[in-house]
Design a protein around this ligand. Structure first.
Ligand SMILES: [Zn+2]
Length: 82
């Protein structure tokens, strides 16, 4: 599990979690403050604080164990260097 998390951290640094995103919720224009990571770290959904619980519940429905909700990570603010 520890090793998995280390690999996940590495993937996230190399991926796009080091830059700001807009909330994925349809019609929501807020900046995402958290990334809901699912599918064992292979995918994530950026979410604002208001929709975070909705996306966490959604991720849990995508699969059981590590296939579903994997982790929640903070996203950097706009204008803030990562
Ligand atoms: Zn939102």
């Amino acid at each position: 599990m520890r090793e998995l998390l280390n690999r996940l951290e590495h993937a996230l640094v190399e991926g796009s979690l080091d830059r700001p995103h807009t909330c994925r919720t349809k019609g929501c224009k807020r900046q995402a403050t958290k990334a809901v990571i699912w599918a064992d770290g292979r995918a994530f959904v950026p979410s604002c604080a208001e929709h975070l619980e909705t996306w966490k519940a959604w991720a849990k429905r995508q699969g059981s164990g590590s296939d579903g909700l994997t982790a929640v990570k903070p996203l950097p603010s706009r204008g803030e260097s990562a």
